[in-house]
Write a protein that binds this ligand. Sequence first.
Ligand code: URA
Length: 190
Amino acid sequence: MDSSQKQQKLDEIAAKIASCEVCENLCKNCTNPVPGEGNPNALVLFIGEAPGAEEDREGRPFVGSSGKFLTEMIELIGLAREDVFITNIVKYRPPNNRDPFANEIQECLPYLLAQIKIIQPKLIVFLGRHSMNIFLPELTISRDHGKPVKKGGQVYLPLYHPAAALYNNSMRETLINDFKKIPTILKKIK
Ligand code: URA
């Protein structure tokens, strides 16, 4: 699939997300769906938890304060947001930023899996334990952050969530140091 075919498929998924009404509590209480955005050929795919208020307003992932921090770290390793793909497990903002319910995660998961299948990233980076738990439930974020894991032919990297690290100096430093490992990890993946 070339880049424009991939983009077309990603657009089709975004349209399906926009017309999805399965989780009424989510789609009826939000402003915009947030399907994710970025390069259809991204080598790195970032997966957060769910959109927050700013993301809901703009219909774009990670554009609030934790998003600014994420963008800074992406630039720190010599990439731009346009080079990577950024999305969430859940594509609609949960009311009052509550954690998504298990059924909401399960309903949204096929969209994320379809995005992964199209993009075929070399590396999937989990932003926080929620996305990590879906793919690697055997791991613990406090123990396993910053360590790449290969499972079923896919390489994953669990990281602390930027929102958790934003106002915690030691976690922030750890997250930045873990983030800086991404270029080396990418080089090692065939
Ligand atoms: N936190 C997330 O997990 N995702 C976003 O898009 C923004 C904040």
